[in-house]
Design a protein around this ligand. Structure first.
Ligand code: ARG
Length: 531
């Protein structure tokens, strides 16, 4: 029934392809900080998009807190699956992965259950690695230790984030880790800034200077804010947000580590009871599917899974968690869910007799689409499954074409089951400029956004960085007017097992397909390669 969790050796040297940097050389600033010493912060972690090198793929910071766990910010991983990331532990120069850092995959992600993207309250998450890692961890401060820090005391934040404080200028991303000393700020003074600062509660702390000048910035999120407690570095904060960067009367806000230590949230997530909290399944064919959810025990305490229930319309079709799970054992729950042509979720709830984690849950998120006609699917010719929306894409000679749609409607073509490498295709857009838009999403993240009249087909190549990838073409019309042919044509789909190293792809800030309209303060990921 149960399987033993086999410990794999964490690779010290990583398969790596380091691309030449096309970003300006670092200035002397994180915002007005200095380059960190190479081994000063050995617990520092870079959160990196899977399939990309550390420099181009780094999106957030984090800290190694021991065993198999990384502390970061919830907004760094909101709406994302563990399979989309790696971390590099102890790296300093992001362009030197061959000899620095331990790059490891994530097994699962725990975001704070009450993280609120609109207020940024509870902006904390734990990343669980597939294996325990041998690296220097950081000590987490308790709430009592935090309370002993006074306003004006110096604290230090570090990261590979933007070094340009003018949000109208091109960001400047360094290759090496930077740090800056800041003053700890009284919470009342921070709240008195008003606006979103009035939401700064016990779960957060502030640091910086009333006149600005020094701060963390975009890309530093998730990284540690530390202080020196008589020679011991202790982490008090996790980079969360700020109104701009290094502006006057706009402190940096950090998740309060002592608060989440004291209330047991960090302890629960690192107890060794391992499960999937959220599974973003994306587009699937309409009808019935199953998904298998592992439960693992890394704690020395054996426990039983007492009950497992699935919400409305879904059911548990298999359950190997029928006897006590000893340390390093795992079992699986199989859930059957039914997808319709709407965005829906299923919640699976578990209870256990573990002394600290007596209940937890998994939420599955998915949206059904119809299977494409066989003509359309064979013209696409790549991927394992081709799906379309209610206004389907159609065959037009040697091209596939967006369905004819009314105002405010969209026509979707979804190609699933694409292996690692790249996909190239030729696309011609003929639409109302800036309003009726062709989007291309790779694994749910927008990588192209085109409108207006292309005089001819344009060649695109998109990187497929995961083991299994999807590419989605969406023609989306706004609420009025049409222009040109009012459609999108695509032809010559070709996959390659090589990733493309440059050209094409990239339209700046990307938007998650399933989080359209939910993108809050952070605009999700910022790309470093601004092509
Ligand atoms: N939210 C930003 C990120 O995603 C971090 C912002 C920190 N801002 C500040 N002014 N301290 O990287």
């Amino acid at each position: 029934m149960k399987k033993s969790i086999t410990a794999l050796l964490v690779s010290m040297a990583l398969p790596t392809s380091v691309f030449a940097s096309d970003v300006d050389s670092p200035s002397t600033r994180i915002i007005n900080g200095v380059e960190a010493g190479k081994n000063d912060w050995p617990f520092m972690v870079a959160l990196i998009k899977k399939g990309q090198d550390a420099f181009n793929g780094q999106i957030c910071g984090g800290s190694f807190i021991g065993d198999r766990y990384i502390l970061t910010a919830a907004h760094c991983i909101d709406g994302k699956n563990a399979a989309e990331f790696d971390v590099s532990i102890g790296i300093h120069d992001l362009t030197n992965e061959a000899s620095e850092g331990q790059r490891v995959a994530l097994q699962t992600i725990y975001a704070h259950e009450q993280y609120d993207a609109s207020t940024t309250v509870n902006d904390i998450a734990i990343l669980e690695l597939a294996d325990a890692v041998n690296a220097t961890s950081v000590t987490l401060a308790t709430q009592a230790e935090l309370n002993a820090i006074n306003a004006g005391d110096l604290v230090t934040v570090m990261g590979w984030g933007n070094q340009e404080d003018d949000s109208y200028s091109q960001p400047i991303y360094p290759e090496t880790l930077y740090e800056v000393d800041l003053e700890y700020v009284d919470r009342g003074v921070c709240q008195a800034l008003g606006g979103n600062y009035s939401n700064v509660s016990d779960d957060a702390i502030c640091a910086g200077f009333s006149y600005g000048g020094k701060d963390s910035c975009q890309g530093d999120s998730g990284g540690p804010l530390v202080y020196d407690d008589n020679g011991i570095t202790k982490q008090i904060g996790v980079v969360s947000w700020g109104d701009g960067c290094a502006q006057a009367d706009a402190y940096g806000v950090y998740a309060n580590v002592g608060y989440f230590s004291n209330n047991g949230w960090i302890a629960d997530k690192t107890s060794g009871v391992s499960y999937t909290q959220n599974d973003y399944l994306g587009y699937v064919s309409t009808g019935t599917h199953t998904v298998t959810l592992p439960i693992r025990n890394y704690s020395s305490e054996a426990f039983n899974v007492l009950t497992v229930t699935a919400s409305n319309g879904s059911s548990i079709t298999d359950n190997t968690c029928t006897s006590s799970l000893a340390q390093n054992e795992s079992c699986e729950i199989t859930v059957q869910y039914t997808a319709s042509l709407a965005y829906e979720s299923t919640e699976v709830s578990y209870t256990t007799d573990h002394s600290s984690v007596s209940s937890f849950s998994t939420t599955l998120y998915y949206q059904g689409l119809n299977a494409a006609s066989s003509d359309l699917a064979s013209l696409v010719g790549v991927g394992q499954e081709v799906l379309v929306s209610e206004n389907p894409w159609v065959v037009n000679g040697s091209s596939v074409q967006a369905g004819s749609i009314s105002h405010s409607e969209s026509s979707v073509l979804h190609i699933a089951g694409l292996g690692e490498g790249s996909l190239s295709f030729d696309m011609q857009v003929s639409s109302e400029q800036n309003f009726d838009i062709a989007y291309v999403y790779v694994n749910g993240v927008a990588t192209e956004q085109v409108s207006g009249q292309d005089s001819d087909y344009v060649s695109y190549t998109v990187d497929l960085g995961l083991e299994t990838n999807s590419v989605t073409f969406v023609y989306q019309k706004d609420s009025s007017d049409s222009a040109n042919d009012d459609t999108v044509y695509v032809k010559n789909f070709k996959t390659s097992s090589e990733r493309s190293t440059g050209s094409s792809s990239g339209s700046g800030g990307s938007v998650s397909l399933f989080m359209l309209g939910l993108v809050g303060l952070f605009g999700t990921y910022r790309r470093k390669r601004l092509s």
